[in-house]
Design a protein around this ligand. Structure first.
Ligand SMILES: [Zn+2]
Ligand SMILES: [Zn+2]
Length: 228
C-alpha cells in the first residue's frame, strides 16, 4: 500500500489497490479509489481555477496567460497529492502510466506534439529522472501523439517555486527556458505533474509562442487552489 512505500526506487508487483488494499484486478488503484480522487470544481478552461459555470475567469480576462488552455485531471489534495509525491520523490514509476492514461481520458484537444516540463540538468542529475517526462512518455505511447523530450530545455536552475511567495514566482522563472524545436504554426501540449500558480507553465508557453507555436495547452495531473 502507498503508506508503506519507502526507498528510492519501488517497483509495483501487487494486484491490490495501492490506496485501500482492495482487489483492483491488477490495476494500480481500484475503481472506487479512482472515483474518489478529488475532482476539480467548475473551472476556467484557460487556467483551471474555479469559476462559475466554467467560464473564463477574471484573472485570465484581465491578464491573459501565454497558454491557451489547461486540462487538470484532479485537485492537488489528499490522496492525489500523495500519489504525485510518490512518483516525484520515491520514483514510483508505474504511477506515470496511471497518470498518463487518466490525463488522456480527460483531455485530447488536437495538438501536434507533447513536451514535458523540463528539469534543469543539475536537478535531473540529483533526482535521476524527470517525472513530467515519465508521464509524457507514457502519454505519447498511449495516445500516439508525438513526444519531443529534448527540444525544450531549462537553461536556468531557478530556486524551487514552492520556496517563494506567489508574487515572486513569475520573476523567478523568467528566461528559464530555451526551445530548439521548430513549432511554427503547431499546437503544443505541455505535460506536468502539478500546476500551482501557473507561473512556470506560463513562462514555458511564452518560450513556445516565441518559437512560433500557434497554440499551447497545459495538461497537468493535479491543480492546486490558491490560498483562501
Ligand atoms: Zn482502492
Ligand atoms: Zn483562468
Amino acid at each position: 500500500m502507498l503508506g508503506s512505500c519507502t526507498g528510492a526506487a519501488l517497483t509495483w508487483f501487487g494486484q491490490d489497490c495501492s490506496l485501500c488494499g482492495a482487489n483492483s484486478a491488477g490495476e494500480l488503484l481500484c475503481s472506487a479509489c479512482i472515483a474518489d480522487l478529488p475532482a476539480l470544481p467548475e473551472h476556467c478552461p484557460r487556467c483551471a481555477l474555479p469559476s462559475p459555470r466554467g467560464s473564463v475567469c477574471g484573472g485570465c480576462l484581465s491578464g491573459p496567460p501565454h497558454f491557451d488552455g489547461t486540462a487538470a485531471r484532479w485537485l492537488y489534495e489528499f490522496p492525489c497529492d500523495r500519489l504525485v509525491q510518490a512518483l516525484k520523490y520515491r520514483a514510483w514509476l508505474p504511477l506515470a502510466g496511471f497518470f498518463a492514461r487518466s490525463l488522456a481520458s480527460k483531455a485530447r484537444p488536437e495538438v501536434d506534439i507533447v513536451v514535458p516540463m523540463p528539469l534543469h540538468p543539475r536537478r535531473l542529475a540529483e533526482r535521476g529522472f524527470n517525472q513530467a517526462l515519465e508521464i509524457a512518455r507514457a502519454f505519447a505511447a498511449h495516445t500516439g501523439i508525438p513526444l519531443d523530450a529534448r527540444g525544450v530545455r531549462r537553461i536556468r536552475d531557478t530556486a524551487p517555486q514552492t520556496a517563494l511567495p506567489y508574487e515572486e514566482r513569475a520573476r523567478n522563472v523568467r528566461g528559464a527556458f530555451a526551445c530548439d524545436l521548430d513549432v511554427s504554426g503547431r499546437g503544443v501540449a505541455v505535460i506536468d505533474d502539478v500546476m500551482t500558480t501557473g507561473a512556470t507553465l506560463d513562462e514555458l508557453a511564452l518560450t513556445l509562442k516565441r518559437a512560433g507555436a500557434a497554440r499551447v495547452v497545459n495538461w497537468v495531473v493535479a491543480r492546486t487552489l490558491p490560498p483562501a
